[in-house]
Design a protein around this ligand. Structure first.
Ligand code: AP5
Ligand code: MG
Length: 191
């Protein structure tokens, strides 16, 4: 069983790459952003709770996110492994995930980061905002706030996983195929 954290700034390509990697490595893809958006679209209690945070580009509180993620893992007892996309995003989430997996005699195999320059990514998100319908893609201020949240709360996770010797970084700029190839070189070592 391999459990991979796909790590990266907003717009780095986590979702795009996960769509390929989940098939290639037979992993269940869990994107907390996608799960929140599904709940917002269906106007569930969880969706209502998360909406104001997400629309403004703020992180949803840890407790809500951790409980949701654990529920999603539990829904997939047959999984051969997970591809976590957009989770964990805080030290508290990473610690909760380690504890939760340890309770199942499992662990994170590796955290793989897609590296890219902020300015390129902001342009990508503004471009996507023209068609995505995502409120947090619509204006530059909200997009910049997502980077601030990343820098303050998520970037420290790099040291968290480095201390566990589980952190790998690949260049996230290039064609989608080139980036998949780079990620595959890392993931193949765990097969
Ligand atoms: P989430 O949905 O995770 O958003 P994000 O991390 O801000 O970033 P994206 O999903 O927009 O980007 P991505 O890296 O997946 O890139 P993508 O493949 O889409 O989270 C949204 C919100 O939910 C958060 O702000 C927060 O409020 C909440 N949330 C989620 N998880 C949470 C957590 N754990 N704790 C608390 N709150 C949480 O690609 C982006 C664009 O670039 C696309 O248009 C794509 O086509 C394009 N692209 C991709 N690859 C390439 C390439 N190689 N070259 C050119 N363009 C490319
Ligand atoms: Mg995504």
């Amino acid at each position: 069983m391999i459990n991979i954290v796909l790590f990266g700034k907003p717009g780095a390509g986590k979702g795009t790459q996960a769509d390929f990697l989940k098939h290639k490595y037979n992993l269940v893809h869990l994107s907390t952003g996608d799960i929140f958006r599904f709940n917002m679209k269906n106007d569930t209690e969880l969706g209502k709770l998360a909406k104001s945070y997400i629309d403004n580009g703020d992180l949803v509180p840890d407790e809500v996110t951790i409980n949701m993620l654990q529920d999603e893992v539990e829904k997939n007892p047959q999984a051969k492994g997970f591809l976590f996309d957009g989770f964990p995003r805080t030290i508290a989430q990473a610690e909760a995930l380690d504890k939760f997996l340890a309770g199942k005699n499992q662990e994170i195999t590796a955290t793989v980061a897609l590296e890219a320059n902020d300015e390129i990514l902001v342009q990508r998100l503004l471009e996507r905002g023209k068609t995505s319908g995502r409120a947090d893609d619509q204006d530059e201020e909200k997009i910049r706030n997502r980077y601030q949240e990343y820098n303050e709360k998520t970037a420290p996770l790099m040291d968290y996983y480095k201390a566990q010797h589980k952190f790998y970084a690949v260049d996230g700029i290039g064609t989608i195929e080139e980036v998949t190839e780079r990620l595959s070189l890392v993931l193949d070592t765990f097969q």
